[in-house]
Design a protein around this ligand. Structure first.
Ligand code: ATP
Ligand code: MG
Length: 579
Protein backbone atom coordinates (compact mmCIF):
# COMPACT_ATOMS: atom_id res chain seq x y z
CA UNK A 1 0.00 0.00 0.00
CA UNK A 2 1.21 3.43 -0.89
CA UNK A 3 0.17 6.22 1.42
CA UNK A 4 -0.20 8.63 -1.50
CA UNK A 5 -2.92 6.44 -2.99
CA UNK A 6 -4.75 5.42 0.15
CA UNK A 7 -7.81 7.03 1.66
CA UNK A 8 -6.21 8.23 4.88
CA UNK A 9 -7.03 11.67 6.14
CA UNK A 10 -5.67 12.48 9.59
CA UNK A 11 -6.55 15.43 11.78
CA UNK A 12 -4.75 17.32 14.55
CA UNK A 13 -7.82 18.67 16.28
CA UNK A 14 -9.72 16.61 18.81
CA UNK A 15 -13.25 16.25 17.44
CA UNK A 16 -15.71 17.94 19.80
CA UNK A 17 -18.25 15.11 19.63
CA UNK A 18 -15.78 12.47 20.86
CA UNK A 19 -15.58 12.02 24.63
CA UNK A 20 -13.37 8.96 24.93
CA UNK A 21 -9.87 8.52 23.61
CA UNK A 22 -10.58 5.62 21.24
CA UNK A 23 -13.37 7.58 19.58
CA UNK A 24 -11.11 10.65 19.26
CA UNK A 25 -8.20 8.67 17.86
CA UNK A 26 -10.31 6.57 15.48
CA UNK A 27 -11.65 9.80 14.00
CA UNK A 28 -8.34 11.67 14.03
CA UNK A 29 -6.39 8.78 12.48
CA UNK A 30 -8.97 8.40 9.74
CA UNK A 31 -10.33 4.96 10.72
CA UNK A 32 -14.03 5.73 10.93
CA UNK A 33 -16.55 8.37 9.93
CA UNK A 34 -19.93 8.92 11.52
CA UNK A 35 -23.00 8.60 9.32
CA UNK A 36 -25.50 9.39 12.05
CA UNK A 37 -26.01 8.52 15.71
CA UNK A 38 -24.46 5.12 16.42
CA UNK A 39 -23.72 4.37 12.75
CA UNK A 40 -20.20 4.49 11.36
CA UNK A 41 -18.42 3.82 8.11
CA UNK A 42 -15.25 1.81 8.59
CA UNK A 43 -12.69 3.46 6.32
CA UNK A 44 -9.89 1.30 4.85
CA UNK A 45 -7.60 1.51 7.90
CA UNK A 46 -10.50 0.88 10.29
CA UNK A 47 -11.69 -2.08 8.30
CA UNK A 48 -8.16 -3.49 8.18
CA UNK A 49 -8.01 -3.48 12.00
CA UNK A 50 -11.45 -5.10 12.19
CA UNK A 51 -10.37 -7.79 9.75
CA UNK A 52 -7.39 -8.55 12.01
CA UNK A 53 -9.69 -9.24 14.94
CA UNK A 54 -12.00 -11.29 12.73
CA UNK A 55 -9.14 -13.44 11.47
CA UNK A 56 -7.98 -14.33 14.98
CA UNK A 57 -11.53 -15.03 16.11
CA UNK A 58 -12.22 -17.19 13.07
CA UNK A 59 -9.04 -19.21 13.49
CA UNK A 60 -9.69 -19.91 17.16
CA UNK A 61 -13.38 -20.70 16.66
CA UNK A 62 -12.49 -23.17 13.92
CA UNK A 63 -9.74 -24.65 16.05
CA UNK A 64 -12.33 -25.15 18.84
CA UNK A 65 -14.49 -27.14 16.44
CA UNK A 66 -17.13 -24.50 15.69
CA UNK A 67 -18.49 -24.15 12.15
CA UNK A 68 -19.11 -20.86 10.40
CA UNK A 69 -22.44 -19.98 8.80
CA UNK A 70 -24.20 -16.72 8.02
CA UNK A 71 -27.78 -15.92 8.99
CA UNK A 72 -30.01 -13.09 7.75
CA UNK A 73 -29.86 -9.84 9.63
CA UNK A 74 -33.61 -9.32 9.16
CA UNK A 75 -35.66 -11.66 11.32
CA UNK A 76 -39.40 -12.42 11.25
CA UNK A 77 -41.43 -11.50 14.34
CA UNK A 78 -43.06 -14.92 14.65
CA UNK A 79 -39.80 -16.54 15.76
CA UNK A 80 -39.46 -13.89 18.46
CA UNK A 81 -43.07 -14.46 19.49
CA UNK A 82 -42.29 -18.15 19.89
CA UNK A 83 -39.40 -17.44 22.22
CA UNK A 84 -41.38 -14.80 24.09
CA UNK A 85 -38.83 -12.08 23.41
CA UNK A 86 -40.96 -10.03 20.99
CA UNK A 87 -42.56 -8.54 24.09
CA UNK A 88 -39.69 -8.94 26.51
CA UNK A 89 -36.77 -7.49 24.57
CA UNK A 90 -37.86 -3.85 24.86
CA UNK A 91 -37.08 -0.83 22.71
CA UNK A 92 -33.52 -1.90 21.78
CA UNK A 93 -35.16 -4.19 19.25
CA UNK A 94 -35.78 -2.26 16.03
CA UNK A 95 -39.10 -3.50 14.65
CA UNK A 96 -40.62 -2.73 11.29
CA UNK A 97 -43.09 -4.01 8.71
CA UNK A 98 -42.69 -5.03 5.10
CA UNK A 99 -45.06 -4.07 2.28
CA UNK A 100 -47.43 -6.88 3.29
CA UNK A 101 -47.60 -5.55 6.86
CA UNK A 102 -45.65 -8.52 8.15
CA UNK A 103 -43.56 -7.71 11.18
CA UNK A 104 -39.79 -8.03 11.38
CA UNK A 105 -36.86 -6.90 13.47
CA UNK A 106 -33.21 -6.22 12.81
CA UNK A 107 -31.19 -8.92 14.56
CA UNK A 108 -29.60 -7.72 17.81
CA UNK A 109 -28.56 -11.34 18.42
CA UNK A 110 -29.58 -14.64 16.80
CA UNK A 111 -30.84 -17.18 19.34
CA UNK A 112 -34.24 -17.48 17.66
CA UNK A 113 -32.92 -17.93 14.13
CA UNK A 114 -30.27 -20.46 15.14
CA UNK A 115 -32.75 -22.43 17.26
CA UNK A 116 -34.99 -22.59 14.22
CA UNK A 117 -32.06 -23.95 12.19
CA UNK A 118 -31.28 -26.47 14.91
CA UNK A 119 -34.82 -27.81 15.15
CA UNK A 120 -34.92 -28.28 11.40
CA UNK A 121 -31.45 -29.74 10.87
CA UNK A 122 -30.60 -31.63 14.05
CA UNK A 123 -32.70 -34.64 15.02
CA UNK A 124 -30.51 -37.27 16.63
CA UNK A 125 -28.06 -37.44 19.52
CA UNK A 126 -25.59 -38.69 16.92
CA UNK A 127 -25.46 -35.20 15.36
CA UNK A 128 -24.56 -33.50 18.64
CA UNK A 129 -22.66 -31.59 19.90
CA UNK A 130 -22.72 -28.81 17.33
CA UNK A 131 -21.36 -25.29 17.62
CA UNK A 132 -22.31 -22.80 14.89
CA UNK A 133 -21.02 -19.25 14.55
CA UNK A 134 -21.16 -16.22 12.31
CA UNK A 135 -19.45 -12.86 12.04
CA UNK A 136 -22.04 -10.29 11.15
CA UNK A 137 -23.46 -6.82 11.58
CA UNK A 138 -25.92 -6.47 14.46
CA UNK A 139 -28.38 -3.70 15.20
CA UNK A 140 -29.44 -2.58 18.66
CA UNK A 141 -31.34 0.64 19.13
CA UNK A 142 -29.19 1.57 22.12
CA UNK A 143 -30.73 4.14 24.44
CA UNK A 144 -27.44 6.08 24.45
CA UNK A 145 -25.21 5.22 21.52
CA UNK A 146 -21.85 6.77 22.31
CA UNK A 147 -18.09 6.51 22.38
CA UNK A 148 -17.78 5.66 18.68
CA UNK A 149 -17.23 1.96 18.07
CA UNK A 150 -17.58 1.21 21.75
CA UNK A 151 -21.36 1.47 21.82
CA UNK A 152 -22.77 1.82 18.35
CA UNK A 153 -26.26 0.94 17.19
CA UNK A 154 -24.85 -1.01 14.27
CA UNK A 155 -21.76 -3.05 15.15
CA UNK A 156 -19.95 -6.22 14.13
CA UNK A 157 -20.32 -9.26 16.34
CA UNK A 158 -19.14 -12.82 16.30
CA UNK A 159 -21.95 -14.90 17.74
CA UNK A 160 -21.75 -18.65 18.32
CA UNK A 161 -24.36 -21.11 19.57
CA UNK A 162 -23.80 -24.60 20.91
CA UNK A 163 -26.25 -27.51 21.04
CA UNK A 164 -25.68 -30.46 23.35
CA UNK A 165 -27.41 -33.57 24.63
CA UNK A 166 -27.12 -32.80 28.34
CA UNK A 167 -26.20 -30.18 30.91
CA UNK A 168 -22.90 -31.90 31.43
CA UNK A 169 -22.07 -31.91 27.74
CA UNK A 170 -23.16 -28.25 27.50
CA UNK A 171 -20.77 -27.50 30.36
CA UNK A 172 -17.96 -28.95 28.23
CA UNK A 173 -18.95 -26.79 25.26
CA UNK A 174 -18.97 -23.78 27.58
CA UNK A 175 -15.50 -24.61 28.83
CA UNK A 176 -14.21 -25.08 25.29
CA UNK A 177 -15.49 -21.60 24.40
CA UNK A 178 -14.03 -20.14 27.58
CA UNK A 179 -10.65 -21.52 26.58
CA UNK A 180 -11.05 -20.31 23.00
CA UNK A 181 -11.90 -16.80 24.23
CA UNK A 182 -8.85 -16.79 26.45
CA UNK A 183 -6.69 -17.68 23.48
CA UNK A 184 -8.41 -15.08 21.28
CA UNK A 185 -7.78 -12.15 23.61
CA UNK A 186 -4.27 -13.34 24.36
CA UNK A 187 -3.54 -13.48 20.66
CA UNK A 188 -5.00 -9.98 20.24
CA UNK A 189 -2.24 -8.82 22.61
CA UNK A 190 -4.71 -7.38 25.14
CA UNK A 191 -4.70 -7.30 28.92
CA UNK A 192 -8.02 -8.83 29.97
CA UNK A 193 -9.93 -10.71 32.63
CA UNK A 194 -12.88 -13.14 32.60
CA UNK A 195 -15.52 -12.24 35.23
CA UNK A 196 -18.88 -13.60 36.43
CA UNK A 197 -21.65 -11.65 34.77
CA UNK A 198 -25.34 -10.91 34.63
CA UNK A 199 -27.14 -12.77 31.85
CA UNK A 200 -29.20 -9.79 30.66
CA UNK A 201 -31.94 -10.08 28.07
CA UNK A 202 -30.28 -13.05 26.36
CA UNK A 203 -31.48 -15.08 29.33
CA UNK A 204 -29.88 -18.16 30.80
CA UNK A 205 -28.39 -19.18 34.05
CA UNK A 206 -24.68 -18.63 34.03
CA UNK A 207 -22.30 -16.37 32.19
CA UNK A 208 -18.85 -14.84 32.03
CA UNK A 209 -17.76 -11.61 30.46
CA UNK A 210 -14.33 -11.00 29.01
CA UNK A 211 -13.15 -7.56 30.00
CA UNK A 212 -10.32 -5.56 28.51
CA UNK A 213 -8.81 -3.65 31.43
CA UNK A 214 -8.82 0.11 30.79
CA UNK A 215 -9.46 3.11 33.05
CA UNK A 216 -12.07 4.39 30.66
CA UNK A 217 -14.13 1.19 30.72
CA UNK A 218 -17.91 1.48 31.13
CA UNK A 219 -17.97 -1.57 33.37
CA UNK A 220 -16.66 -1.94 36.89
CA UNK A 221 -15.25 -5.25 38.03
CA UNK A 222 -14.61 -6.51 41.52
CA UNK A 223 -11.64 -8.77 41.94
CA UNK A 224 -10.96 -10.68 45.13
CA UNK A 225 -7.46 -10.16 46.47
CA UNK A 226 -7.42 -13.59 48.05
CA UNK A 227 -9.31 -16.05 45.85
CA UNK A 228 -10.22 -16.49 42.17
CA UNK A 229 -13.49 -14.60 42.45
CA UNK A 230 -13.96 -11.86 39.87
CA UNK A 231 -17.32 -10.41 38.85
CA UNK A 232 -19.00 -7.52 37.15
CA UNK A 233 -20.49 -5.18 39.80
CA UNK A 234 -23.86 -5.76 38.10
CA UNK A 235 -23.60 -9.31 39.35
CA UNK A 236 -21.27 -9.13 42.38
CA UNK A 237 -23.18 -10.30 45.44
CA UNK A 238 -23.12 -8.04 48.46
CA UNK A 239 -22.89 -10.06 51.67
CA UNK A 240 -24.57 -8.46 54.67
CA UNK A 241 -22.19 -8.16 57.55
CA UNK A 242 -23.60 -9.26 60.89
CA UNK A 243 -23.64 -6.02 62.87
CA UNK A 244 -25.28 -3.23 60.85
CA UNK A 245 -28.49 -2.84 62.90
CA UNK A 246 -26.77 -1.44 65.97
CA UNK A 247 -24.61 0.84 63.84
CA UNK A 248 -27.57 2.54 62.29
CA UNK A 249 -29.48 3.41 65.45
CA UNK A 250 -29.32 7.06 66.31
CA UNK A 251 -28.82 6.44 69.99
CA UNK A 252 -26.63 3.99 71.82
CA UNK A 253 -29.46 2.13 73.58
CA UNK A 254 -30.69 0.41 70.39
CA UNK A 255 -34.30 0.96 71.52
CA UNK A 256 -36.90 1.42 68.85
CA UNK A 257 -38.29 4.96 68.85
CA UNK A 258 -41.53 6.50 67.67
CA UNK A 259 -41.85 7.81 64.18
CA UNK A 260 -41.91 11.62 64.28
CA UNK A 261 -42.33 14.21 61.53
CA UNK A 262 -39.75 17.02 61.63
CA UNK A 263 -39.24 20.18 59.60
CA UNK A 264 -36.24 20.11 57.25
CA UNK A 265 -36.69 23.20 55.08
CA UNK A 266 -34.71 23.09 51.85
CA UNK A 267 -32.88 19.88 52.90
CA UNK A 268 -33.15 17.65 49.86
CA UNK A 269 -29.86 15.81 49.82
CA UNK A 270 -28.95 12.96 52.18
CA UNK A 271 -25.82 14.71 53.47
CA UNK A 272 -27.63 17.95 54.26
CA UNK A 273 -30.53 16.22 56.00
CA UNK A 274 -28.13 14.09 58.01
CA UNK A 275 -26.09 17.09 59.08
CA UNK A 276 -29.19 19.09 59.96
CA UNK A 277 -30.68 16.28 62.08
CA UNK A 278 -27.27 15.41 63.55
CA UNK A 279 -27.19 11.85 62.26
CA UNK A 280 -24.88 10.09 59.79
CA UNK A 281 -25.85 9.25 56.17
CA UNK A 282 -25.82 5.61 57.29
CA UNK A 283 -28.91 6.40 59.40
CA UNK A 284 -30.86 7.78 56.45
CA UNK A 285 -32.94 5.69 54.05
CA UNK A 286 -32.67 7.07 50.53
CA UNK A 287 -35.78 6.71 48.36
CA UNK A 288 -35.12 6.83 44.62
CA UNK A 289 -37.88 6.80 42.00
CA UNK A 290 -37.14 4.61 38.98
CA UNK A 291 -39.18 3.94 35.89
CA UNK A 292 -39.42 0.18 35.43
CA UNK A 293 -40.84 -0.39 31.94
CA UNK A 294 -42.50 3.05 32.34
CA UNK A 295 -44.03 2.28 35.76
CA UNK A 296 -42.74 4.36 38.71
CA UNK A 297 -41.16 2.29 41.47
CA UNK A 298 -39.64 3.53 44.74
CA UNK A 299 -36.27 1.96 45.51
CA UNK A 300 -34.79 2.14 49.02
CA UNK A 301 -31.10 2.00 49.88
CA UNK A 302 -29.09 3.21 52.84
CA UNK A 303 -28.17 6.91 52.54
CA UNK A 304 -24.53 6.30 51.66
CA UNK A 305 -25.24 3.57 49.08
CA UNK A 306 -25.92 3.55 45.34
CA UNK A 307 -28.62 1.55 43.57
CA UNK A 308 -27.24 -1.05 41.13
CA UNK A 309 -29.71 -0.78 38.26
CA UNK A 310 -29.09 -4.23 36.75
CA UNK A 311 -29.82 -5.89 40.10
CA UNK A 312 -32.96 -3.76 40.29
CA UNK A 313 -34.01 -4.77 36.78
CA UNK A 314 -33.58 -8.44 37.68
CA UNK A 315 -35.51 -8.17 40.96
CA UNK A 316 -38.40 -6.43 39.19
CA UNK A 317 -38.15 -8.75 36.16
CA UNK A 318 -38.56 -5.92 33.64
CA UNK A 319 -36.81 -5.03 30.37
CA UNK A 320 -35.56 -1.57 31.36
CA UNK A 321 -35.13 0.54 34.46
CA UNK A 322 -34.15 4.17 34.46
CA UNK A 323 -33.87 6.77 37.18
CA UNK A 324 -36.86 9.10 36.74
CA UNK A 325 -36.22 12.80 36.07
CA UNK A 326 -37.50 15.16 38.76
CA UNK A 327 -40.37 16.53 36.68
CA UNK A 328 -41.42 13.01 35.65
CA UNK A 329 -41.58 12.01 39.31
CA UNK A 330 -43.85 14.93 40.03
CA UNK A 331 -46.00 14.30 36.96
CA UNK A 332 -46.51 10.59 37.68
CA UNK A 333 -46.64 10.47 41.48
CA UNK A 334 -47.19 14.00 42.81
CA UNK A 335 -44.47 13.18 45.34
CA UNK A 336 -42.11 16.03 46.34
CA UNK A 337 -38.62 15.23 45.05
CA UNK A 338 -36.10 15.46 47.89
CA UNK A 339 -38.69 14.63 50.55
CA UNK A 340 -39.92 11.25 49.30
CA UNK A 341 -39.99 8.40 51.79
CA UNK A 342 -41.32 4.85 52.22
CA UNK A 343 -43.98 5.48 54.88
CA UNK A 344 -47.44 5.47 53.24
CA UNK A 345 -45.92 5.91 49.80
CA UNK A 346 -48.65 5.41 47.17
CA UNK A 347 -46.50 3.56 44.61
CA UNK A 348 -44.80 0.18 44.35
CA UNK A 349 -41.73 -0.04 46.60
CA UNK A 350 -38.73 -2.36 46.82
CA UNK A 351 -35.79 -2.26 49.22
CA UNK A 352 -32.19 -3.28 49.44
CA UNK A 353 -31.68 -6.04 52.02
CA UNK A 354 -29.54 -3.78 54.18
CA UNK A 355 -32.39 -1.28 54.66
CA UNK A 356 -34.44 -3.97 56.39
CA UNK A 357 -31.80 -4.27 59.12
CA UNK A 358 -32.00 -0.57 60.04
CA UNK A 359 -33.98 0.89 62.93
CA UNK A 360 -34.80 4.49 63.89
CA UNK A 361 -33.92 5.73 60.43
CA UNK A 362 -34.48 9.12 58.83
CA UNK A 363 -36.61 9.16 55.67
CA UNK A 364 -38.51 11.68 53.58
CA UNK A 365 -42.08 12.41 54.83
CA UNK A 366 -43.69 12.71 51.37
CA UNK A 367 -44.39 16.31 52.28
CA UNK A 368 -42.34 19.26 51.06
CA UNK A 369 -39.80 20.48 53.65
CA UNK A 370 -40.35 17.52 56.00
CA UNK A 371 -38.63 14.28 56.99
CA UNK A 372 -39.48 11.51 59.44
CA UNK A 373 -37.22 10.26 62.23
CA UNK A 374 -37.52 7.02 64.15
CA UNK A 375 -38.61 5.05 61.08
CA UNK A 376 -38.29 1.28 61.38
CA UNK A 377 -38.82 -1.04 58.40
CA UNK A 378 -41.46 -3.69 58.98
CA UNK A 379 -43.29 -1.54 61.51
CA UNK A 380 -43.60 1.64 59.46
CA UNK A 381 -43.46 0.31 55.91
CA UNK A 382 -43.27 -3.00 54.03
CA UNK A 383 -41.70 -3.21 50.56
CA UNK A 384 -43.22 -5.61 48.02
CA UNK A 385 -39.79 -7.13 47.46
CA UNK A 386 -36.43 -7.07 49.22
CA UNK A 387 -33.14 -8.11 47.67
CA UNK A 388 -29.52 -7.31 46.96
CA UNK A 389 -30.00 -4.02 45.12
CA UNK A 390 -26.96 -1.97 45.83
CA UNK A 391 -23.63 -1.41 44.19
CA UNK A 392 -20.82 -3.33 45.84
CA UNK A 393 -17.91 -1.23 47.18
CA UNK A 394 -14.28 -2.01 47.96
CA UNK A 395 -15.16 -1.98 51.66
CA UNK A 396 -17.41 -5.01 51.05
CA UNK A 397 -16.10 -8.54 51.34
CA UNK A 398 -15.69 -11.33 48.80
CA UNK A 399 -18.91 -13.40 48.70
CA UNK A 400 -16.86 -16.58 48.32
CA UNK A 401 -14.01 -16.24 50.81
CA UNK A 402 -14.70 -12.97 52.69
CA UNK A 403 -11.38 -11.66 51.37
CA UNK A 404 -10.69 -8.01 50.53
CA UNK A 405 -11.93 -6.70 47.19
CA UNK A 406 -10.46 -4.45 44.56
CA UNK A 407 -12.49 -2.51 42.02
CA UNK A 408 -11.21 -1.82 38.53
CA UNK A 409 -12.60 -0.62 35.21
CA UNK A 410 -13.04 -2.75 32.14
CA UNK A 411 -14.57 -2.88 28.67
CA UNK A 412 -16.75 -5.88 27.87
CA UNK A 413 -15.49 -7.42 24.65
CA UNK A 414 -16.91 -10.91 24.97
CA UNK A 415 -19.73 -12.66 26.77
CA UNK A 416 -20.41 -16.39 27.09
CA UNK A 417 -23.69 -17.81 28.39
CA UNK A 418 -25.08 -21.14 29.48
CA UNK A 419 -28.58 -20.92 28.09
CA UNK A 420 -29.88 -24.32 29.14
CA UNK A 421 -33.17 -25.25 27.48
CA UNK A 422 -34.93 -21.85 27.56
CA UNK A 423 -34.99 -21.47 23.79
CA UNK A 424 -35.11 -25.12 22.81
CA UNK A 425 -38.16 -25.71 25.00
CA UNK A 426 -39.96 -22.55 23.89
CA UNK A 427 -39.26 -23.35 20.23
CA UNK A 428 -39.35 -27.12 20.42
CA UNK A 429 -35.79 -27.81 19.34
CA UNK A 430 -35.53 -31.48 20.27
CA UNK A 431 -33.44 -34.52 19.39
CA UNK A 432 -33.98 -38.24 19.87
CA UNK A 433 -31.77 -39.77 22.53
CA UNK A 434 -30.31 -43.30 22.47
CA UNK A 435 -33.61 -44.76 23.66
CA UNK A 436 -35.50 -42.89 20.94
CA UNK A 437 -36.96 -40.43 23.44
CA UNK A 438 -37.41 -36.73 22.60
CA UNK A 439 -35.20 -34.38 24.60
CA UNK A 440 -34.71 -30.63 24.46
CA UNK A 441 -31.27 -29.61 23.22
CA UNK A 442 -29.13 -27.86 25.81
CA UNK A 443 -27.79 -24.59 24.47
CA UNK A 444 -25.01 -22.09 25.02
CA UNK A 445 -24.28 -18.80 23.27
CA UNK A 446 -21.07 -16.88 22.91
CA UNK A 447 -20.52 -13.33 21.61
CA UNK A 448 -17.54 -11.14 20.80
CA UNK A 449 -17.92 -7.47 19.91
CA UNK A 450 -15.47 -7.42 17.00
CA UNK A 451 -15.69 -3.68 16.35
CA UNK A 452 -15.63 -2.93 20.08
CA UNK A 453 -12.39 -4.92 20.41
CA UNK A 454 -10.67 -2.38 18.15
CA UNK A 455 -11.91 0.51 20.31
CA UNK A 456 -10.96 -1.34 23.52
CA UNK A 457 -7.47 -2.04 22.18
CA UNK A 458 -7.02 1.70 21.66
CA UNK A 459 -8.41 2.60 25.08
CA UNK A 460 -5.80 0.29 26.57
CA UNK A 461 -2.94 1.21 24.21
CA UNK A 462 -2.31 4.85 23.35
CA UNK A 463 -0.19 7.85 24.32
CA UNK A 464 -0.31 11.60 23.70
CA UNK A 465 0.85 11.03 20.11
CA UNK A 466 -1.85 8.55 19.15
CA UNK A 467 -2.70 4.87 18.94
CA UNK A 468 -0.18 2.18 19.91
CA UNK A 469 -1.63 -0.88 18.23
CA UNK A 470 -0.80 -4.28 19.65
CA UNK A 471 0.99 -5.87 16.69
CA UNK A 472 -1.70 -8.53 16.04
CA UNK A 473 -4.41 -5.88 15.56
CA UNK A 474 -2.49 -3.22 13.66
CA UNK A 475 -3.97 -2.42 10.24
CA UNK A 476 -0.41 -2.54 8.92
CA UNK A 477 2.65 -3.87 10.67
CA UNK A 478 5.35 -1.60 9.25
CA UNK A 479 5.46 1.88 7.77
CA UNK A 480 8.41 2.80 5.57
CA UNK A 481 9.03 6.54 5.53
CA UNK A 482 10.76 7.94 2.50
CA UNK A 483 11.99 11.27 3.84
CA UNK A 484 13.25 12.74 0.60
CA UNK A 485 11.15 11.67 -2.32
CA UNK A 486 13.10 14.08 -4.53
CA UNK A 487 16.31 12.10 -3.97
CA UNK A 488 16.32 9.24 -6.42
CA UNK A 489 18.58 6.99 -4.38
CA UNK A 490 16.55 7.40 -1.20
CA UNK A 491 13.41 6.71 -3.13
CA UNK A 492 14.86 3.61 -4.76
CA UNK A 493 15.96 2.30 -1.34
CA UNK A 494 12.58 2.91 0.25
CA UNK A 495 10.90 1.23 -2.72
CA UNK A 496 13.19 -1.77 -2.51
CA UNK A 497 12.61 -2.14 1.23
CA UNK A 498 8.88 -1.90 0.67
CA UNK A 499 9.05 -4.66 -1.97
CA UNK A 500 11.30 -6.90 0.14
CA UNK A 501 9.07 -6.63 3.19
CA UNK A 502 6.01 -7.39 1.12
CA UNK A 503 7.74 -10.38 -0.42
CA UNK A 504 8.46 -11.64 3.10
CA UNK A 505 4.73 -11.54 3.88
CA UNK A 506 4.84 -8.39 6.00
CA UNK A 507 2.00 -5.85 5.79
CA UNK A 508 3.65 -2.58 4.92
CA UNK A 509 2.65 0.95 4.10
CA UNK A 510 5.08 3.10 2.10
CA UNK A 511 4.82 6.77 2.95
CA UNK A 512 5.68 8.17 -0.46
CA UNK A 513 3.89 11.48 0.03
CA UNK A 514 5.46 14.81 -0.73
CA UNK A 515 5.20 15.95 2.91
CA UNK A 516 7.59 17.35 5.51
CA UNK A 517 9.32 14.67 7.65
CA UNK A 518 7.62 16.10 10.74
CA UNK A 519 4.13 15.39 9.48
CA UNK A 520 5.13 11.91 8.28
CA UNK A 521 6.41 11.07 11.77
CA UNK A 522 3.26 12.49 13.35
CA UNK A 523 0.91 10.52 11.12
CA UNK A 524 2.82 7.25 11.62
CA UNK A 525 2.52 7.75 15.39
CA UNK A 526 -1.14 8.75 15.27
CA UNK A 527 -2.13 5.70 13.21
CA UNK A 528 -0.19 3.58 15.67
CA UNK A 529 1.81 1.40 13.30
CA UNK A 530 4.04 -0.84 15.45
CA UNK A 531 7.24 -0.60 13.38
CA UNK A 532 8.55 2.46 11.54
CA UNK A 533 11.52 2.41 9.18
CA UNK A 534 12.97 5.70 8.08
CA UNK A 535 15.03 6.10 4.93
CA UNK A 536 16.51 9.58 5.20
CA UNK A 537 19.62 11.38 6.44
CA UNK A 538 21.34 8.34 8.05
CA UNK A 539 20.92 6.45 4.84
CA UNK A 540 22.44 9.23 2.79
CA UNK A 541 25.36 9.64 5.23
CA UNK A 542 26.04 6.13 6.57
CA UNK A 543 24.03 3.78 4.40
CA UNK A 544 21.77 2.84 7.32
CA UNK A 545 18.03 2.94 7.86
CA UNK A 546 16.43 3.66 11.22
CA UNK A 547 14.00 1.20 12.80
CA UNK A 548 11.79 2.53 15.58
CA UNK A 549 9.14 0.73 17.62
CA UNK A 550 5.97 2.66 18.33
CA UNK A 551 5.38 1.24 21.80
CA UNK A 552 8.65 2.08 23.54
CA UNK A 553 10.25 4.39 21.01
CA UNK A 554 13.51 2.45 20.85
CA UNK A 555 15.50 3.05 17.69
CA UNK A 556 18.11 0.89 15.98
CA UNK A 557 20.20 1.64 12.95
CA UNK A 558 20.23 -1.22 10.46
CA UNK A 559 22.35 -1.88 7.44
CA UNK A 560 20.11 -1.66 4.50
CA UNK A 561 20.84 -5.28 3.48
CA UNK A 562 19.73 -6.67 6.85
CA UNK A 563 16.76 -4.41 7.34
CA UNK A 564 13.98 -6.50 5.76
CA UNK A 565 15.05 -9.77 7.35
CA UNK A 566 15.60 -8.24 10.82
CA UNK A 567 12.14 -6.64 10.79
CA UNK A 568 10.51 -9.81 9.49
CA UNK A 569 12.09 -11.89 12.25
CA UNK A 570 11.06 -9.47 15.00
CA UNK A 571 7.49 -9.41 13.79
CA UNK A 572 7.27 -13.18 13.55
CA UNK A 573 8.82 -13.61 16.99
CA UNK A 574 6.44 -11.11 18.54
CA UNK A 575 3.38 -12.78 17.01
CA UNK A 576 4.56 -16.27 17.92
CA UNK A 577 5.08 -15.24 21.54
CA UNK A 578 1.34 -14.50 21.81
CA UNK A 579 0.24 -17.85 20.40
P1 ATP B 1 -23.38 -4.24 26.99
O1 ATP B 1 -23.59 -4.63 28.42
O2 ATP B 1 -22.09 -3.53 26.74
O3 ATP B 1 -24.57 -3.56 26.38
P2 ATP B 1 -24.36 -6.77 26.16
O4 ATP B 1 -24.30 -7.56 27.40
O5 ATP B 1 -25.62 -6.16 25.73
O6 ATP B 1 -23.23 -5.61 26.22
P3 ATP B 1 -24.04 -9.09 24.49
O7 ATP B 1 -25.48 -9.19 24.19
O8 ATP B 1 -23.42 -10.08 25.36
O9 ATP B 1 -23.71 -7.60 24.98
O10 ATP B 1 -23.25 -9.00 23.10
C1 ATP B 1 -22.00 -9.63 22.85
C2 ATP B 1 -20.89 -8.61 22.65
O11 ATP B 1 -21.23 -7.63 21.67
C3 ATP B 1 -20.57 -7.81 23.89
O12 ATP B 1 -19.71 -8.51 24.72
C4 ATP B 1 -19.92 -6.57 23.32
O13 ATP B 1 -18.55 -6.79 23.11
C5 ATP B 1 -20.60 -6.40 21.98
N1 ATP B 1 -21.60 -5.33 22.00
C6 ATP B 1 -22.80 -5.33 22.61
N2 ATP B 1 -23.46 -4.19 22.39
C7 ATP B 1 -22.64 -3.43 21.61
C8 ATP B 1 -22.76 -2.13 21.04
N3 ATP B 1 -23.85 -1.40 21.22
N4 ATP B 1 -21.72 -1.66 20.28
C9 ATP B 1 -20.62 -2.41 20.09
N5 ATP B 1 -20.45 -3.64 20.60
C10 ATP B 1 -21.45 -4.15 21.35
MG1 MG C 1 -26.42 -4.25 25.76
Amino acid sequence: MRYSQMLIRTAKEIPAEAEVISHQLLLRAGFIRKLTSGLYTYLPLGLAAIRKVEAIVREEMNRAGAQELLMPMVQPADLWQESGRWVKYGPELLRFQDRHNREYCLGPTHEEVITDIARRELHSYRQLPVNLYQIQTKFRDEIRPRFGLMRGREFIMKDAYSFDVSDEAAGQSYQTMRDAYTRIFQRCGLEFRAVEADSGSIGGSFSHEFMVLADTGEDTLVICQECEYAANVEKAKVVLLAEPASETTDDSTGEVQDCIKVETPGMKKVDRVAEFLKVTPQQVIKTMIYLADEEPVAVLVRGDREVQSVKLKNLLDVAEVELAEDDTVWKLTKLPVGYIGPVNIPIKMVADQEVMTMINAVTGANEKGHHLTGVTPGRDFTPVAVGDLRQITKEDRCPVCQGALELTEGIEVGHIFKLGTNYSEAMHAVYQDQEGKEQAMVMGCYGIGISRVVAAAIEQNHDENGIIFPLPLAPVQVIVLNLSIKNEETTATAEKLYQDLQAAGIEVLLDDRDERPGSKFKDADLIGIPYRVTVGKTWEKEGKVELRTRRDGTTTLLDYEQAASTITTSIQDELNALK
